[in-house]
Design a protein around this ligand. Structure first.
Ligand SMILES: [Fe+2]
Length: 449
């Protein structure tokens, strides 16, 4: 038995395995691509290290890609083989991975919550809970749980910056911008290469309409992102959100091609259909087209990847983005196959299955109807789920594209009541008035009381 970087017991006798596991953990917390390499070294040093296998399973599941389930299930089986000598905490991690592989995400969150309630320094349980709660649209849970562990943390502990950046993001999504900004700036003082901290502050600045500041913030921190994983792309996407508000469309397209959808970059080549990258790309193309910008053939490669992922519904919020690409390229038959695949998936009883059936399915039908100018149908499909779209996960900034979709159809159907509805909705969710936001200004001017 040995101790990890927070003094928690690990069921391995290999100091090399522990050191490598700690490096893998920190790399994961810092969104670095070398996390898997360090984990590989840990498992090489001790192939019977159960929590190491669990972490391998977690890394597989974090791709939210059906093709990775097999790898996660194999890692789980390997962890179980060595479960006899694990601690109660490690056994709980095995249980959490099992629930994730099974699709019981509610139970998975409960298991992690139990772990960090008892061991507030278990950064894996906390961070995985935070991240998955986010992708299940549960900002109140994120906020409550970061406040649960926060009193147990201080600057001396490794991972302190991560706690601060999670505190920032959770409070930003809850609308507590002052507290959020303080925590996020502190996280960047701890480590200017903290991507989650940089990201959380970018959200604060976006929600407060501080656009020049947002561009400067991200540009200034960019030199610290060496070795970062795909979250780096999402930060370029955030910068482009500020530029689009300033109608700097050429800059947005340049960031698209060279920042967040650079098809030749090593990160994109390694994972060409990574969920967050697809969300960034489709969401920005949709926003640009609403502003009359010609996006060229950029939808095509996304549509190819969408077709290849038909039937994979693990990332519910990505589904409408996949559908945007199929719709934009007129691939009606593929779109129908995607809808059929979602229907089949939704017959399951897991957490995401239920969300897909209830929210993502009508939403994807609406995406296709919008592109085919069946605007009354879009409104009919989306009205009942407007209040539930957040359940698909994604931030306010990301969800905004769905609000814009509804607004666009409301405008094109000349449905004044629906335009008012969406203007009121976004006014309630975003502190910057619609008249000062590019996606809403024209509608606000035309339909003002
Ligand atoms: Fe974001």
């Amino acid at each position: 038995m040995r101790k990890d970087l927070h003094g928690l017991t690990l069921s391995t006798d290999s100091g090399t395995a522990v050191d490598a596991f700690d490096r893998a953990t920190l790399a994961y917390l810092k969104y670095r691509t070398d996390a898997a390499r360090h984990l590989g070294a840990a498992l090489k040093a001790d192939p019977q290290f159960a929590l190491g296998h669990v972490l391998r399973g977690y890394f597989n599941m974090l791709a939210y890609n059906k093709a990775n389930i097999q790898g996660a299930a194999e890692a789980l089986a390997e962890a179980r083989k060595h479960a006899k000598r694990t601690t109660t905490r490690e056994a709980a991690h095995i249980e959490a991975l099992a629930r994730w592989v099974d699709g019981d995400l509610d139970r998975m969150l409960e298991v992690w919550r139990g772990v960090f309630a008892e061991h507030p320094h278990d950064v894996l349980a906390f961070r995985l809970h935070h991240f998955n709660a986010f992708w299940l649209g549960r900002p109140a849970t994120m906020q409550a749980e970061v406040e649960r562990v926060f009193p147990h943390w201080s600057a001396e502990l490794p991972g302190w910056g991560m706690i601060l950046s999670c505190r920032c993001f959770a409070h930003e999504e809850a609308g507590n911008y002052t507290l959020a900004e303080g925590a996020g700036r502190q996280a960047i003082e701890v480590d200017p290469g903290d991507l989650w901290g940089a990201h959380a502050i970018a959200h604060v600045l976006e929600m407060q309409g501080r656009r020049s500041e947002g561009i400067d913030w991200l540009k200034r921190l960019e030199p610290n992102w060496e070795g970062a994983n795909n979250l780096k792309h999402h930060l370029f996407w955030h910068r482009s959100l500020f530029h689009i508000e300033r109608r700097e469309f050429d800059e947005v397209l340049s960031l698209y091609d060279h920042g967040f959808r650079d098809l030749g970059s090593p990160l994109t080549l390694a994972m060409p259909d990574m969920y967050i990258d697809v969300q960034n790309a489709a969401s920005m193309l949709f926003r640009l087209e609403r502003q009359g910008v010609d996006v060229g053939d950029r939808w095509l490669e996304l549509a190819d990847k969408a077709e290849a992922r038909i039937g994979d519904c693990l990332s519910a919020f990505t589904l409408p983005h996949w559908m945007m690409a199929l719709a934009a390229t007129g691939r009606g038959a593929a779109a129908q196959r995607m809808i059929d695949g979602m229907r089949a998936f939704a017959r399951g009883n897991g957490t995401v299955e239920r969300l897909v059936g209830r929210v993502a399915l009508p939403l994807c039908e609406a995406v296709m109807a919008h592109r085919q100018s069946r605007h009354a149908e879009v409104l009919k499909l989306m009205r009942p789920i407007l209040g539930d779209m957040y359940l698909l996960g994604g931030s306010h900034a990301q969800q905004d594209v769905l609000e814009q979709l509804f607004l666009d159809s409301a405008l094109k159907a000349d449905s004044a009541g629906d335009v008012q509805l969406i203007l009121e909705r976004v006014s309630g969710r975003h502190p910057v008035p619609p008249s000062r936001r590019i996606g809403y200004a024209a509608a606000a001017a035309r339909y003002a009381h």
